[in-house]
Design a protein around this ligand. Structure first.
Ligand code: PLP
Length: 418
């Protein structure tokens, strides 16, 4: 389902004033909705001692949003130096940060270890020898290969570049122990935008079984398992929500069983991005052109630089037109890039719009602006935050031409010919 009725109501009651003040296009996020989702997740998993969500920073890397999420007791899942820096600027330290990188560089290991370190999650057995200083606490990302089927966005685990293969996982911990690791976690991330809760339950069970097996082989205990992110949200009207209560109930039971059989249980970590912020963002854009050739095109003042998911994955984002309803015509809603996949909607039934109408593109709170790029010299829009008290705050300004030209501004530097 698109943005909640409450968020739409909160936004639309203020929309004309917001537009007058800030202009379009912009992403706007809903503080109240984000907090409610965070609280709902924590409550659902309260039966597992030590449950911790690490928000996947890449989903919405804005400090104002991260601060709200941190205030709800969550840590941060980072995968780059910039994301580590963002998290640390907010005061997150040590085990409040999980660093899950792929194809990791030496600079990234050094950044991960700086400023009190973080939980280091290694993506390959060969990385054990490349970590400059092996931390006490180490985690590996597990790739089950043919043991599990993935889903359409993240793909088949056998073809996924991530993680340590099943046959290497015991050796990976063994090698880390040789280098001095004494505390252990186990991680996986198999699905993306998965609304079928039983998939997540299976993932938790799979990791608990692995923990039992690896612990037995190496005589170690695990402090946590991390089931990754990938919890889905309904983007299309009529799609069902992920049943978080049933998911939590069944995973809690699996942990209780494990504790019953083994005398202890690891903690449970999760690193959702989309589930936390996805439904709580809307891209507000204005219709600026209308073109009728073989199809009707509604041209808006935002483009792929603001939201790549439709162009990149064929993803559906619901679109509404404030003050208008019904499906009067079939149109493509397009941006201004010289790329024919720069379309927010293809052959969508929408109310008849004219220049100046606002279009609300829903569910842009995760993997929205963060994915945007500057191809074709297109700049990214601003981000706004709708506070719980109804005020609206600029939390990132729009990119400007001087930002685009910033990397061309440097001292002459030339390597002379031989
Ligand atoms: C992208 C990513 C996430 C978050 O995924 P969502 O689908 O937004 O929940 C979590 N962990 C890792 C390792 C990721 O790459």
């Amino acid at each position: 389902m698109p943005a909640s009725a409450e968020f739409q109501q909160r936004l639309e009651s203020r929309l004309s004033a917001v537009i007058r003040h800030f202009g379009t296009p912009f992403h706007i996020y809903d503080e109240k909705g984000i907090k409610e989702t965070c609280a709902g997740l924590s409550n659902a998993f309260a039966g597992i001692p030590g449950f911790q969500e690490y928000f996947a920073v890449k989903a919405l890397p804005n400090p104002a949003i991260l601060k709200i999420i941190q205030g709800m007791g969550f840590g941060f899942d980072c995968s780059s130096i910039a994301e580590l820096e963002l998290s640390r600027q907010l005061g997150a330290r040590g085990e409040q940060i999980m660093f899950t990188s792929a194809n990791t560089s030496r600079q990234e290991y050094l950044a991960a270890a700086a400023d009190g370190g973080c939980i280091l999650n290694l993506d390959d057995v060969s990385f054990v020898d490349k970590v400059p200083d092996m931390p006490e606490l180490i985690c590996f990302r597990y790739n089950p290969g043919e043991r599990r089927t993935g889903n359409s966005i993240i793909g088949n685990p056998v073809e996924a570049k991530y993680g340590v293969a099943h046959d290497q996982i015991v050796a990976a911990y063994q090698r880390a122990m040789k280098r001095g690791a004494t505390r252990f976690g186990l991680h996986t991330m198999l699905a993306s935008n998965e609304r079928e809760y039983s998939y997540m339950v299976e993932t938790a069970r799979m990791l608990l079984e692995l923990v039992k097996w690896i612990s037995g082989e190496l005589d170690i205990k695990f402090e946590f398992i991390n089931i990754g992110g990938g919890l889905g949200i309904p983007y299309r009207p009529g799609e069902s929500r992920l049943d978080i209560q049933s998911m939590a109930k069944e995973i809690t039971a699996a942990f209780d069983d494990f504790r019953g059989n083994n005398g202890y249980a690891p903690k449970m970590y999760m690193e959702s991005g989309r589930y936390i912020t996805g439904p709580h963002g809307i891209l507000v854009t204005s219709a600026i052109n209308r073109k009728e050739i073989y199809r009707t095109y509604v041209g808006v003042d935002a483009c792929m630089s603001a939201l790549m998911r439709p162009g990149m994955y064929g993803a559906y984002h619901h679109i509404t037109v404030p003050g208008k309803s019904g499906g009067d015509e079939i149109v493509d809603v397009v941006g201004s890039l010289c790329e024919n996949n720069d379309k927010f909607a293809i052959q969508r039934s929408l109310p008849k719009t004219e220049d100046g109408d606002l279009l609300l593109i829903h569910d842009t709170g995760a993997h929205g602006i963060a994915m945007g790029f500057n191809y074709n010299g297109k700049l990214r829009p601003k981000e706004l935050l709708l506070r719980e008290d109804g005020s609206v705050e600029l939390i990132r300004r729009e990119e400007r031409l001087e930002d685009y030209f910033a990397t061309l501004d440097f001292e002459p530097d030339r390597l002379a010919a031989q």
